[in-house]
Design a protein around this ligand. Structure first.
Ligand code: 48H
Length: 259
């Protein structure tokens, strides 16, 4: 016999189990765009407890819309290994580039990260950080609907050995840390430098180079590296995002062992 009670109970029990497992993670990744999803999948595959927090209903960030709504994005040959690891198909443009259906890429990265063991929560906004004794110790989260409506509801906290700003152009997390605390980031000015105009080749290189720790316990990947370290934007080429996520996973595997 079908009892509605069992449907609700099944949802609540499983959601709560996942959320309880995320109260103390190895890594919390803020933002479920391409760079965050790639990092999450590789880290979870290696057995780390990884939580991804996405403020919107649909994870995937800026992938879905391709270039100006034309639904393909481009990736460089060097990034093809990530597409293969996530079983995402593509078509060849020439010997250096492939074209990827943006809908296949968004859904492939989301499913791949979840399948590899990352816990992805949607409709949760990170509104602040936990900071003490000179390092980031976790995130302060709230229900996106509560924030959208301006309801005066207090947030809750999730602790982590490392937090990642994968929020894209907005670099929400680094910005909040810098605005609210009298601290110096690991940038030349101690503050976010700001994103520069479009220049694809150096932009793609810099995204990967600048995937690193920006303050003790806080890392940046993807487009937020441009805002934080003053990189160019690159338009709808996504190889840098994929490789940034892959590099971050490598860095964090070592980092988490030491912390
Ligand atoms: C929870 C949040 C919060 C918050 C934001 O923008 P994204 O797709 O991120 P990247 O860096 O992996 O990829 C960038 C790429 O999509 C892009 O924009 C490119 C290549 N642009 C080039 C150009 O020239 O314009 O995803 C970030 C995600 C989004 O889903 C946000 O909703 C989410 O982060 N987010 N989630 N709490 N405070 N802030």
């Amino acid at each position: 016999m079908m009892r509605e009670l069992h449907i609700t109970k099944g949802i609540l029990e499983h959601h709560m189990k996942d959320f309880m497992d995320s109260l103390s993670s190895d890594v919390v990744i803020v933002g479920a765009g391409p760079s965050g999803l790639v990092a999450a999948g590789y880290l979870a595959q290696d057995g780390l407890n990884v939580t991804v927090l996405e403020k919107k209903l649909a994870p995937g960030g800026g992938i879905w819309g391709g270039g100006m709504g034309y639904k393909y994005v481009i990736a460089q040959e060097e990034a093809r290994c990530v597409l293969d690891d996530y079983n995402i198909f593509y078509r060849r443009v020439d010997e250096n580039f492939v074209a990827v259906d943006s809908i296949a890429m968004a859904s492939g990265l989301i499913f791949g990260a979840a399948q590899k063991g990352a816990k992805i929560f949607n409709l949760i906004t990170v509104e602040d950080l936990m900071v003490s004794e000179g390092r980031v110790r976790g995130v302060v989260v709230n229900n996106t609907f509560a924030l959208m409506n301006g309801f005066p509801i207090d947030p809750v906290t999730l602790e982590a050995k490392a937090v990642v700003d994968a929020t894209g152009h907005s670099h929400d997390i680094v910005k909040t840390l810098s605005d609210k605390n009298d601290i110096k980031l690991f940038t030349p000015t101690g503050k976010p430098i700001g994103e520069r105009s479009l220049f694809a080749e150096p932009a793609e290189k810099a995204v990967v180079e600048n995937t690193k720790e920006v303050y003790p316990g806080l890392f940046v990947c993807g487009m937020s590296t441009a805002a934080v370290f003053g990189g160019y934007r690159m338009g709808p080429i996504f190889g840098g995002m994929l490789l940034s996520g892959k590099k971050l996973a490598g860095l964090l595997k070592e980092y988490v062992k030491k912390h």
